[in-house]
Design a protein around this ligand. Structure first.
Ligand code: SF4
Length: 493
């Protein structure tokens, strides 16, 4: 709820950052939040932020450290913080809350030191970004105006070189960077940002064209509202620069077919435009010739991975993709070549124990010694290289699998485009146009990587019910060879 401070609307730090990204975004957040659609990816980022925040309290906490609990009544959090400081607190304070001139900030970590307080802002990213410095500058602006002696400001981000050694020991997961000088350099711009945010909140809807700011630095939740999406082939599917697409939208174009071909110069955009206007898929002969030349048996391999910011299992690093499931369709050349009639094997372990060793051994066994291993993009190669790092004793068989990998993505990209792919050659865009029965969007429950990853982590939790585990299996292993399960290799606990 927005309240007024001496005639001015209260602004949180995140609202000021919203207005910095796009004043229209903040206006909509305040007046029409119902128009926003928060994506699974954004929700997953929020969840990661909470996880990393909890770990930071473990890392910076002491026996007497205190957290100011969240309360919808902001003034209560401000009073609690003030009372702690006035009582001579000399221990770390988490989520200390300050307000000055209607601007409210919650500081992740405050550590007492000689002459004042060291402030630390915790982020789940793996490096310091420009907008993080702005974020810290807003906090510093408020803290200094309320008279808190701030000795330095640091940003603690995920150290992606950290290797988890188990035992809940996450020392080293966060890397701290002192950004005091950068913060003090940009701090004079904070007044301007605050006034921009106030105008966005109190004034009419700002007239802002869609463009690069819609996804940078954060994916805006109002994309569906601002970008035309009702057309048969929405203009965003043309791809290319967001600024150029924004100009088309400003001209009133909704559909890729509305665009004048003379205004397009890039080859990929010309191809998308040409095929979309024709209404017919473009299928070149190169794919068929390349695939016909491949020997049998052919293995179609697909991994599902998780990459949590806070590693779950010993030997893994933050955000590094850890395979938790694989699925393999095997075409021995005797059938009709359709996916549903191939032999199928798969692996999934929901015990919560590290699944990587058993997963790797079963995969080596499944893939045998000969035949191309087909995958889409080089992701599988990255994952297998990660397995070599984890299990050096399995390097030889894994390296042999890498030698047999055959990437279908470049073949498809050169030889195939369907208007319904809307500018994307991802497997999720291509599959429904060639095999609607395998459309990811038609799968029940888990529909995309971030949700699948979240679903897996939920399913291995000790508190998850057996019914939910079964539901997750159904969602993670959606493409079956036959309904009888005879050829499945699923490991459940
Ligand atoms: S979609 Fe783009 S133009 Fe619309 S509010 Fe978001 S950032 Fe602004």
């Amino acid at each position: 709820m927005l309240v007024m401070a001496r005639g001015k609307p209260y602004l949180s730090k995140s609202r000021i950052i919203s207005a910095w990204q796009c004043p229209k975004k903040l206006h909509l957040e305040k007046h029409h939040p119902e128009l926003g659609v928060v994506s699974a990816r954004t929700e997953s980022l929020f969840a990661t932020g909470h996880q990393v925040g909890a770990i930071s309290q473990q890392l910076y906490g002491t026996a007497d450290s205190v957290e100011i609990p969240f309360n919808r009544k902001m003034s209560l959090m401000v009073q609690q913080t003030r009372a702690l400081l006035d009582s001579g607190a000399d221990f770390p304070i988490f989520e200390a809350t300050f307000q000055y001139d209607g601007v409210l900030v919650r500081v992740d970590v405050l550590i007492p030191e000689t002459g004042g307080w060291r402030a630390i802002e915790v982020k789940a990213s793996t490096s310091v970004k420009d907008y993080h410095v702005l974020d810290c500058a807003i906090q510093d602006w408020v803290m200094r105006h309320v008279g808190l002696p701030v000795t330095s400001i640091s940003l603690a981000h995920i150290n992606n070189q950290f290797v988890y050694r188990g035992g809940e020991n996450y020392n080293g997961l966060l890397a701290e960077v002192d950004v005091t000088d950068e913060v003090r350099t940009v701090e004079p711009t904070v007044d301007v940002l605050i006034s921009r945010a106030r105008d966005a909140v109190t004034g009419p809807m700002p007239e802002i064209r869609v463009g690069t700011q819609c996804t940078k630095p954060y994916e805006c939740q109002f994309i569906k509202y601002c970008w035309p999406t009702d057309a048969e082939y929405p203009i965003a599917g043309l791809g290319g620069s967001k600024a150029k697409l924004g100009n088309y939208v400003a001209l009133g174009y909704q559909d890729i077919r509305d665009v004048d071909v003379e205004s397009i110069s890039a080859d990929t955009q010309l191809r998308i435009h040409r095929v979309t206007c024709s209404g017919e898929p473009e299928i070149l002969d190169g794919a068929r010739k390349t695939l016909e030349a491949l020997p049998y048996p052919r293995y179609y391999l697909d991994f599902e991975t998780i990459g949590p910011a806070v590693p779950l299992w010993e030997g893994t690093r933050p955000y590094a993709p850890v395979p938790v499931q694989w699925s393999c369709h095997i075409d021995d050349g005797a059938g009709d070549g359709s996916y549903v009639n191939m032999r199928h094997e798969e692996f999934l372990d929901l015990s919560g124990d590290p699944p990587m060793r058993a997963l790797t051994e079963r995969m080596i066994e499944c893939l045998g010694n000969t035949g191309p291993v087909l995958m889409y993009t080089n992701y599988e190669e990255t994952v297998i290289n990660g397995l070599i790092d984890l299990f050096p004793d399995l390097e030889e068989p894994l390296a042999k699998i890498i030698d047999r990998l055959f990437d279908l993505h470049p073949i498809v990209k050169v030889n195939y485009y369907h208007p319904k792919m809307l500018g994307s050659w991802s497997i999720k865009a291509v599959l429904p146009t060639i095999a609607p029965q395998l459309d990811y969007a038609n799968l029940e429950g888990i529909k995309e990587g971030t949700a699948a990853s979240g679903g897996f982590i939920e399913a291995i939790g000790p508190e998850t019910s057996p019914e939910r585990k079964v539901g997750t299996v159904a969602a993670l292993l959606p493409i079956r060879h036959r309904g009888d399960g005879r050829d499945r290799a699923v490991f459940l606990s």
